[in-house]
Design a protein around this ligand. Structure first.
Ligand code: ZN
Length: 193
């Protein structure tokens, strides 16, 4: 599910009166019904990659949002509430794999390998995923002067680097330098001049 679809879904959920998550972060039954209602009312529309998203592809993207380990739970929860016959879970899973393959070939997604712990960036947690499951690109920058380390996340690896530049990081001339060290370098230059 891309950002505009997510927003669309969130707006929908707000309109329906979001039932929310329980204390452990699991979707409450009301939330599942609300999500199912969104899928049921979904009108086929293209996403930002130009792919036409029908109801089955919407389900695919919902399942892609779950960790592979809880996809089965999500599928069993939502399938009975759909007003059309859901495909078998395995079909959605192969659609997920196929979709990620297409995104990766377009340079829209990338994976950095597996890690046992989620990585937190900007208050959000990201699990490192296999290439077939990655939804975001992450850039880990080390300052060449003070070795400060910072991670940036966006929809794509390029987006992550743009975010780093927006946050004041720059290449000097080839290695990344943090905003604090850039200031120091510039002060030094001013003194020399
Ligand atoms: Zn630095």
């Amino acid at each position: 599910m891309d950002q505009s679809e997510k927003r669309h879904m969130e707006t929908h959920l707000l309109r329906l009166g979001l039932a929310g998550l329980d204390e452990s972060g699991n979707a409450k039954p009301e939330l599942i019904q609300q999500i199912a209602a969104i899928v049921n009312n979904w009108q086929t529309a293209p996403n930002r990659h130009g792919e036409w998203i029908d109801k089955h592809k919407f389900v695919r993207d919902l399942l892609a949002e779950c960790d592979a380990s809880c996809r089965n739970d999500m599928y069993s929860a939502i399938a009975p509430h759909l007003n059309f016959k859901a495909l078998p879970l395995a079909s959605y899973e192969s659609m997920i794999t196929e979709r990620m393959g297409n995104l990766i070939s377009k340079g829209a997604a990338r994976a950095e390998g597996r890690a046992p712990h989620p990585i937190e960036v900007g208050g959000k947690k990201y699990a490192e995923a296999s290439a077939s499951e990655a939804t975001h690109g992450m850039a880990t920058l080390h300052c060449q002067r003070c070795w400060k380390k910072k991670r940036f996340v966006a929809d794509t690896p390029v987006g992550a680097l743009i975010a780093a530049r927006k946050a004041g990081w720059a290449r000097m001339p080839e290695k990344w330098t943090c905003p604090g060290c850039i200031k120091k370098v510039e002060k030094g230059k001013a003194l020399v001049n």
